[in-house]
Every structure is written in C-alpha cells, then in structure tokens.
Design a protein around this ligand. Structure first.
Ligand code: NAD
Ligand code: UGA
Length: 464
C-alpha cells in the first residue's frame, strides 16, 4: 500500500512537530495538519516561521523547508480527511473534569468526535492511527464507531503512540529510541496497514527500531513508559528529602546509583517536581483503569508517584516560607522560570504554578521572568486554579521581561525552570540589588551553591 496523503487531526505539541518531520523526511507524501483552533493554524501558517505556535529547538527550520511544499496547515478538517489515505488522530486527551472518572480518567470526547467525523466524511478506505495517548482498549471503541458508517468504507486502526519529550521534540523524532506500531496482527489487512506505516517511518528510522505489536500492548506501553519515567523522578525526589535531613547529596546518590547499568543514569535529576501535560494525566488514567478492573493494589502503587510529586512541590514552597522567618506576606519573591522544563513554552502542570499559588496564599508578592512564556499564559494558569480572583492574581503577581528586573529589591529568588541562561546571570549584581539577607532557592539544582554562598547569598538547593 503506497501512502500519498496523510492527514493529522490536532496541530498541537505532538501533531505539529511529528508531521513536520514526516513531511521533511518523506517529500513525496503530502501532509496536512488540521485543527479547529483557527488561531493556532494561522500561527502555523505565519509568514515568519519564528511565530509558529510551538517553540522547539530546530522546528522552525523544518517547517520553513517543508511548508507549502508537502506540509500544509488548515482548518478544513473534512477536506483533509476526505483526501487522506492515512489519518493520525493527535488531539488532546486531558483528565476528565466532570462526571464519572472526574479528576482521574482520560477525557475521550475529542477522540470520539474525530472518529465520528472521519466516519461521516470518508468515501474510501483509510488507515486511522491513534497518535494521542489513550487508555488501553480505546481502539475497540474507535473501531465500533468507524465500522458503523454503513457506507462500505473499511478502516484499519493502528496505535502509534508518540514518545517525544518537549524541548527535544525534533531530536527525538529524528532519532527515536523506537517507533511503536500496534495493529490487528491476526488479519492480512491489519498487517498491511502496519506495513504501510512501517514504510513511512523507515524513510529515516532504522527498521530494527520499529517495533510492531498487538494493538493493546501498544496502547498500554505508552502509559507504562510515562509511568516508569515519572516514577524515577518521584523516587529520586523522595531521596532528595532524605538527603536534606542526613547530609547526603542527591546528585552524588543519583550518580552512584545510576552507574549501575541495570538502573541507568537518565531521568534521575531531583527537582521541584515533574510537570508537563502528560505524566500526571497518564498516571491518573492508569490508576483509574486499574481500579476499574478491581486492581486496587496496582492503582495505589502508581498513585503514590503523584502523591510524592505533589509533596515535592508543596515542600519546596513551604521551605521558602519557613526560611523567610515563617512569613512571606508583603515580601517580594522573584521566580525564575515558569515553563515545566527548559526549551519549551509549555506550562501545563508546571511546578511553578503550584509554588506560586502556595506563596500567593501566604500573601507574597511574586515577580516572574521566563524567557519563552508570555504573561497572558502565566495569568491563565493561575486563574485556572480558581484560588483567588483574576484581579488579585494580577495585583499580586507581576511578569517582567528580564531576570534583573525580577530580582531587583527581592527578598528571595526561586529557580523553577532550568533555563541555561540562568546559569550565566550576573549573580554578583543581582545580589547587590536584593534585600538582605538575600535568599536563593534552587529547585532545579542548576546553580553553583558554593559560588553563590561566597557572593553572600543564603542558598538552598533541593536535595542538599
Ligand atoms: P495539544 O493540546 O497541544 O494539541 C491538541 C490539538 O487538537 C489542539 O490544538 C486542539 O484544538 C485540537 N483538537 C481537539 N479536538 C479537535 C477536533 N475534533 N478536530 C480538530 N482538532 C482538534 O495536545 P498535545 O500536547 O499535542 O497532545 C496530544 C496527544 O498526544 C495527547 O493525547 C497527549 O497525551 C499525547 N502526547 C503528548 C506529548 C507532548 O509532549 N505534549 C508527547 C507524547 C504524547
Ligand atoms: C514526557 C516523556 O519524557 C516523553 O517520552 C513522553 O512522550 C511525554 O512525556 C508525553 O507523553 O507527553 P515531557 O513531559 O515533554 O515528556 O518532558 P520530560 O523530559 O519527560 O520531563 C517531564 C517533567 O519531569 C519535567 O517537569 C522535567 O523537569 C521533570 N524531570 C525530568 C525531572 O524533574 N527530573 C528528571 O530527571 C527528568
């Protein structure tokens, strides 16, 4: 089966970069990314590629090369579905905020809407691919919707979860550890569909890195991978608190442990807590699925990863209050970083949001600097929590455009995101312009504590 036209529904952090790379690597395939969000599509089409809606190192160059050649961004969802041989569904699957499973289960309404739209519009056979992260067995529901179109069109459903991490999306897509493709391995049509997708990826991914499995294994592997990754962060963060009590240094512990090849050194960086749109959502989903099968011990085991993460964010904020003589009321706290990690403008579930909320409850005055996150996003994140009025959020928290401005006359600085530029700030000057004692809380273990202490700072580093 020769794929000539690909459509991707959802032009977000996954759909945009993934399709840009497919288009770049497969110039003979026409790739159309569609979205109902007109503003987002307009930004993807902005003449100046620096204005595309997602910041990822290297992405704008790829978009520049492929856009208008074989990469297109559009709001004409029906048109793109109709033309496509292969449709990726890459829409958001957030945690449900209502009804059964509220706060735990994945909200599949956007996925279902896509399936119904495909069923309504399709006039010829198509391969439909789950790119979004979904609960295991979602493909069965998609199949039922798609098989009931009564217009004779046949669909093959594949699961092809995405493992890219934000900030390194382009690297991850160019050289993935593996590409996972799940499908109906028991039928010839299913195997053909899987091979069609294998062929797309094999334009640049070595065959041995393309894994084919049954569809349920593929769906569950994605949730498992995120749960394991998040568990490592919670594990090292649990140790960071013990380090602070005992004089051990969490970096030294991580290094010693990580040199065991069975454990490995990656993803053992202690922090103020993991954020991002997926770890928490996917673990909650796993907990919900486990509970729904009556597997309470399995559910409790994974839920602890989230409990630990919430604790880490809270205890970092509490440490600030406690160190500042048990009150931050009316004190200026500079927050460096708002994104959930460096090299992205994504703030979803960022630890910074919760630390700020905690400090605002203590009536601190917060000044935020982040090199990529806009003020409107910061306020939207706080407003979404609903802790206080929009006016209060704007009154108590200010956003500035340089780190120097943020730190001027501050009682304390908190580093929330590990942006490289924070390493090379003129710390001596910053110290001079702060109120004394000048406190610094490094939630990312980014800075050199000894040097800062020598300058006069009272530095607290997580896990030290
Ligand atoms: P996102 O919110 O950035 O993008 C989703 C897009 O889908 C939005 O622009 C939205 O407008 C659009 N959309 C929703 N319903 C639509 C419809 N019916 N028709 C057309 N467009 C529609 O989300 P994301 O971060 O790209 O994540 C998408 C999926 O990929 C999620 O399931 C997520 O768990 C998974 N995932 C995300 C990442 C990541 O790094 N962000 C990595 C791997 C997997
Ligand atoms: C994560 C996974 O790494 C991807 O494989 C997956 O595709 C993606 O989720 C997803 O499904 O959305 P992402 O959330 O973009 O990617 O970023 P990560 O690099 O995993 O970082 C997540 C959070 O953990 C960040 O807040 C980061 O600062 C934190 N982290 C990470 C640590 O605190 N310590 C570490 O050692 C690693």
């Amino acid at each position: 089966m020769e794929i000539k036209n690909i459509c991707c529904i959802g032009a977000g952090y996954v759909g945009g970069p993934t399709m840009a790379v497919i288009a770049q690597k497969c110039p003979k395939i026409q790739v159309t990314v569609v979205d109902i969000n007109e503003k987002r599509i307009a930004a993807w089409n902005d003449e100046d590629v620096n204005n595309i809606p997602i910041y990822e190192p290297g992405l704008s160059d790829i978009v520049k090369e492929a856009r208008g050649r074989n990469l297109f961004f559009s709001t004409d969802v029906d048109g793109a579905i109709e033309k496509a041989d292969m449709i990726f569904i890459s829409v958001n699957t957030p945690t449900k905020t209502y009804g059964i499973g509220k706060g735990m289960a994945a909200d599949l309404k956007y996925i279902e809407l896509c399936a119904r739209q495909i069923a309504r519009v399709a006039k010829n056979d198509k391969i439909v691919i789950e790119k979004s992260t979904l609960p295991v067995r979602t493909a069965a529901a998609l199949k039922e919707i798609l098989d009931n179109t009564s217009n004779g069109v046949k669909f093959q459903i594949l699961s092809n979860p995405e493992f890219l991490a934000e900030g390194t999306a382009v690297e991850d897509l160019m050289a993935p550890d593996r590409v996972l493709i799940g499908g109906d391995i028991d039928t010839a049509e299913g195997r053909d569909a899987m091979q069609a997708l294998v062929k797309v990826y094999s334009s640049w991914v070595p065959r041995e890195n393309i894994l084919t499995t049954n569809v349920w294994s593929s769906e569950l592997s994605k949730l498992t991978a995120n749960a394991f990754l998040a568990q490592r962060v919670s594990s090292i963060n649990a140790m960071s608190e013990l380090c602070e009590k005992t004089g051990a240094d969490v970096n030294e512990v991580a290094k010693a442990v990580g040199m065991d090849s069975r454990i490995g050194s990656k993803f053992l960086k202690s922090s103020v807590g993991f954020g991002g749109s997926c770890f928490q959502k996917d673990i909650l989903n796993l907990v919900y699925i486990s509970k729904s099968f009556g597997l309470n011990e399995v559910a409790d085991y994974w839920e602890q990863v989230i409990t630990m993460n919430d604790h880490q964010k809270r205890r970092f904020a509490a440490k600030i209050v406690q160190t500042l003589f048990n009150t931050v009321a009316g004190k200026k706290i500079a927050m460096l970083g708002w994104a959930f990690k460096k090299d992205t403008n994504d703030t979803r579930e960022s630890a910074a949001i919760y630390v700020a909320d905690y400090l605002l409850n203590e009536q601190a005055e917060i000044v935020v600097y982040d090199p990529k996150v806009r003020a409107e996003q910061i306020y939207a994140d706080l407003d979404y929590l609903g802790t206080r009025s929009e006016a209060e959020n704007r009154n108590l928290l200010k956003v500035v455009s340089t780190p120097q401005q943020a730190c001027e006359e501050a009682h304390a600085i908190a580093v929330l995101t590990e942006w490289d530029e924070f390493k090379n700030l003129e710390w001596e000057n910053i110290y001079k312009n702060m109120l004394k004692p000048a406190f610094l809380f490094d939630g990312r273990r980014l800075l050199n504590k000894k040097e800062l202490d020598n300058l006069g700072f009272e530095t607290f580093v997580i896990g030290n």
